[in-house]
Design a protein around this ligand. Structure first.
Ligand code: NOJ
Length: 747
């Protein structure tokens, strides 16, 4: 009897508590009902708070008493902050979340965001390098690992993937993207979103952020934060497709770009945010500014003051304000004055709250901040194995005269390993390394010693950290080379010169390194250049002095292992560049999918009065899609299912691929098309399909591609899709230049 009474009492208490509990705290209610309930309870200032994102930092230990940090804590208590960026770690995020949940009036949890660009603790190759693998499964897997490591450290959200198409290696941020091609960029962007987000319903995935919307990759002269001035035809056909693919893949958020489009800053650009993103693409997530980009509309000359900046950002459709605090400062006033409607504010806030509910933060605000899981998840051997696979596949072999590579480890050759970067772990990493630590990475020197364990590997610097050299360094390097059977020289640029605010007017091999290579070449030894850089560099100056060029980009944690895997032939290089390598700086931007012009340069014959340079070729040094292997692939028998097809019916394209060399390996077969005549001129080639296939020596495979209307379509400047009948060409090959070709007609 006693037991029955106490059970009844417990049930009664539960009932009373539930009845008193606001609906938004009831885990059994629908997200929609919970949001509606919460919105009713919020003041305009609290709503503005949900649209306010602050830069975080450290909030525990001695830093907790810093006046700046204390002020931020006060804002959290007052409900004036919806999200922080740059607060990481299970303990830090937990401490700050506790303030929001326990000390603010409504207890709305915070969203923690961070730039996890290519890994959190296990650092993968930079996104540009990883894209050169054309291995979409691996790319998705890498993003999933980055998400898992981040999620365990209390993060809910990363500012990735960057989907900016760029033709310009002067721009330091090309490292963050997937290169110059919109079709390929779209496939990579979607894979990255899938990997990061999964279904966003567990504690292993985080929200993605599609950035920088839009056309940031077109900054003039590659100068960071500079003006963008592209046509609407270029916007729709070249720049928008990857953002669109990422949105369609379900990305939760989109970030405004810093640049203007059509003279209006992206953050206040109604055409971009409202008309395209919201209306045309039916984006249901939320839009976040870039750092201070609402406020910067004043400097652009588009907003008169901070209040005007808040107004112009919000009415354009932008929502969350990263760091400029104009929304939290002025939204209530703007509503009161009737300048912006409460309905619009509610719609914006609803989107932010939706993700807080979806991630489960109202029911368990500390779901992601788990120190035990953090320890167990980060930098595991399994994660590092994936990083090594990704790094192997990212490397692009650009040159291999007389098959100087691979180096036969079994013969224990003596190796002169030259180049400061081969030893310097700090230079292995770029600007965006999240929580990665240089000391955890494998240097090229370490990787080589591990692999060529019975070889004498003798190291010398060859050049200074800034790329300059001197006689002494050159003499030491030459003496080293003279004593070795083979010379490996790690040159290029420090990872520190890749990323935001790292524009270069001269993306070239530093003169000191060229001088070093000249001297080494004179020894008569085989010279293998391993080039590290976060972008394609102009390699013309080193061409005559090296027998092999292994482009290793910035590969992350497993750099040394991956370089040794490729140099030894344990991994047969398979990467294909996703950006053209310019012949000279003056040729930039150089890209494969250009227009024909009215005066294209013929390969031979009279070249006068044609579109050309008098001093250099038109073609890049290495074209888009190019990369060598230790084996050789032949393309034969390109055939089409029909020479004429009707709109709506597919075209089958087949080609025979043979591995004619001695080694098994991957080949990335690429299919391009060209529409010969259309209402808007079309590129001379446009990638439409690819296959990454593995072939044993002597193996022959028939590859089949299916093209449909979508592949024959293009946009006009208003974003309307056109499929126009006419003559087309299909090209298939191992890069964008060396291809087989066939004609067909679309009826
Ligand atoms: C500015 C960069 O443009 C953006 O990509 C990044 O996510 C934010 N800063 C936050 O760090």
């Amino acid at each position: 009897m006693k037991k029955i009474i106490s059970l009844a009492a417990v049930l009664l208490i539960v009932f009373v508590v539930q009845a008193q509990q606001p609906l938004y705290k009831n885990a059994k209610a629908t997200i929609e009902d919970r949001i509606n309930d919460l919105l009713k309870r919020m003041t305009p200032l609290e709503k503005a708070g949900q649209l306010n994102q602050l830069n975080g930092g450290i909030f525990t230990g001695p830093a907790a008493n810093d006046p700046g940090q204390l002020a931020k804590i006060e804002m959290v208590k007052e409900g004036k902050v919806g999200s922080f960026l740059n607060v990481t770690g299970a303990n830090e995020t937990r401490a700050l979340q506790k303030v929001a949940v326990e000390q603010s009036r409504l207890g709305i949890p915070l969203l923690f965001a961070f730039d996890v660009i290519h890994g959190y603790k296990t650092i993968f190759p930079i996104p540009l390098a990883e894209a050169c693998s054309w291995d979409i499964t691996q790319i998705e897997k890498d993003a999933a690992i980055a998400a898992k490591e981040s999620a365990a450290a209390g993060l809910h959200w990363t500012f990735a993937p960057m989907c900016d198409i760029s033709n310009d290696p002067r721009w330091g941020r090309v490292m963050e993207g997937a290169g110059e091609d919109p079709f390929y960029g779209s496939i990579v962007a979607a894979a990255r979103v899938r990997g990061l987000q999964g279904n966003l319903n567990d504690a292993d995935h985080i929200m993605a952020c599609v950035k920088h919307f839009a056309a940031y990759g077109a900054v003039q002269a590659g100068r960071e934060y500079n003006t963008v001035d592209v046509s609407r035809v270029a916007l729709w056909n070249k720049y928008l497709p990857p953002y669109y693919a990422a949105v369609k893949a379900g990305a939760a958020t989109v970030m405004n770009a810093f640049n203007v489009f059509d003279g209006v800053p992206a953050s206040g650009n109604k055409y971009l945010v409202h008309d395209i993103l919201e209306k045309k693409w039916a984006f249901k997530g939320f839009v976040v500014s870039d750092w201070n980009s609402f406020d910067e509309m004043i400097t652009h000359g588009y907003a008169a003051n901070r209040k005007d900046a808040a107004y112009k950002a919000l009415i354009a459709g932008s929502m969350m304000d990263m760091e400029s605090k104009v929304v939290v400062d002025y939204l209530p006033e703007l509503v009161k004055e009737g300048k912006i409607s409460m309905q619009m504010v509610d719609d914006d806030v609803r989107r932010v709250l939706y993700y807080k509910f979806k991630l489960g933060l109202f029911d368990d605000p500390y779901k992601f901040s788990d120190a035990t899981r953090e320890k167990a998840t980060e930098f595991t051997q399994a994660n590092r194995n994936e990083a090594r696979k990704a790094a192997d596949a990212s490397i692009v072999l650009l040159k291999n005269d007389h098959n100087v590579l691979p180096i036969d480890a079994a013969s224990n050759p003596s190796i002169a390993l030259i180049g400061y970067f081969a030893k310097s772990k700090a230079d292995l990493f770029d600007f965006w390394i999240a929580n990665g630590k240089a000391e955890d990475a494998i240097s090229v020197l370490e990787g080589m010693k591990e692999r060529f364990v019975h070889s004498n590997i003798s190291y010398s610097d060859g050049y200074l950290p800034d790329g300059h050299t001197n006689n002494q360094l050159i003499e030491e390097a030459v003496a080293n080379a003279n004593n070795a059977a083979v010379v490996v020289v790690n040159i290029g640029l420090s990872g520190k010169l890749a990323g935001e605010d790292r524009s270069l007017a001269n993306p070239v091999i530093p003169e000191g390194q060229v001088a070093l290579l000249k001297a080494l070449h004179a020894t008569g030894k085989p010279i293998i250049a391993v080039v590290s850089a976060g972008r394609p560099l102009v390699l013309t100056a080193i061409q005559p002095y090296v027998h092999a060029i292994v482009y290793s980009w910035i590969l992350g944690t497993e750099t040394g292992h991956a370089v040794a895997d490729v140099l030894s032939g344990d991994y047969n290089p398979s990467g294909k560049t996703v950006m053209s390598f310019p012949y000279a700086v003056g040729q930039i931007p150089v890209y494969y999918d250009h227009y024909n012009t009215g005066r294209p340069l013929p390969d031979s014959g009279d070249q006068n009065w044609k579109s050309r340079y008098r001093d250099i070729p038109n073609a890049p040094l290495y074209p888009f899609g190019f990369g060598l292997s230790y084996t050789h692939f032949n393309y034969n028998h390109l055939s089409l299912s029909n020479n004429t097809i009707a709109k709506g019916s597919p075209l089958q394209v087949t080609v025979q691929l043979t591995n004619t060399g001695q080694k098994a390996g991957y080949e990335v077969a690429q299919l391009y098309i060209r529409q010969m005549t259309a209402s808007i001129v079309q590129p001379i080639k446009a990638l439409k399909a690819f296959k990454r296939v593995y072939l044993q020596p002597g193996e022959v495979k028939t590859l089949q591609f299916t093209l449909t209307d979508k592949d024959f379509s293009f946009y006009d400047g208003e974003g309307n899709v056109h499929i126009e009948p006419g003559a087309f060409k299909v090209f298939v090959g191992g890069n964008s230049h060396d291809v087989l070709e066939k004609d067909f007609t679309l009826k």
